[in-house]
Design a binder for this molecule. Structure first.
Ligand SMILES: [Cu+2]
Length: 146
C-alpha cells in the first residue's frame, strides 16, 4: 500500500503521462483483486494442516514428525519407497484412516485431525505389519487439557 501511494504521487507530478499511467493503474487494480481470496484463506480461523512425510519402505514405516498435538489437522503424505505395494493406515481414538494401496513410487495424502491418545501407524497390506511396518504415535492435548 505505501508503495502504491508513493507511485500515485509521482504520477500526478508527471502530469502529461497521467492518461497512460491511469491504464497501468487500472491493470494493477485487477491483479490486486486476484490476491484477495488467497489473503482471506490465510486469515480464516481454521488452522492450517501440518504436513507429515511418511516413508513406506520394505518393511518399515518412518515419519518426518514424532510429536503430535490433539485437535490439529495433519496431512500425512505417504510415499512408497519400497519394491512392494504398500499403504498407510492410521488407527486410534478418532477411528481409522487409510490411503489406497500404493505401487512402488506412488504417493497419497491422508488428512487427519488427531485426538488425544495413542495411534497405530502401519501398513495394512498382507502381513507387512508383522514384518515391521508398524509404529505408534502419542497425541497430547493442546495445553495439557482435554
Ligand atoms: Cu506394506
Amino acid at each position: 500500500m505505501p508503495r502504491t501511494t508513493a507511485r500515485g504521487r509521482t504520477r500526478v507530478a508527471m502530469g502529461l503521462a497521467a492518461g497512460v499511467l491511469m491504464g497501468a493503474l487500472a491493470a494493477c487494480g485487477g491483479s490486486a483483486q486476484h490476491d484477495g481470496p488467497a489473503g482471506r484463506q490465510q486469515t480464516s480461523g481454521r488452522p492450517a494442516a501440518t504436513k507429515v512425510e511418511v516413508t513406506l519402505a520394505d518393511f518399515r514405516v518412518m515419519l518426518s514428525k514424532t510429536t503430535f498435538t490433539a485437535g490439529q489437522r495433519y496431512d500425512f503424505v505417504a510415499r512408497n519407497h519400497g519394491q512392494h505395494v504398500h499403504a498407510l493406515e492410521i488407527e486410534g481414538p478418532g477411528g481409522e484412516h487409510h490411503t489406497r494401496t500404493l505401487k512402488p513410487g506412488a504417493s497419497a495424502r491422508l488428512g487427519v485431525t488427531l485426538k488425544p491418545g495413542t495411534y497405530e501407524v502401519y501398513c495394512p497390506v498382507d502381513g507387512h505389519k508383522g514384518l515391521g511396518m508398524q509404529m505408534k504415535i502419542t497425541v497430547v492435548g493442546a495445553g495439557g487439557g482435554y
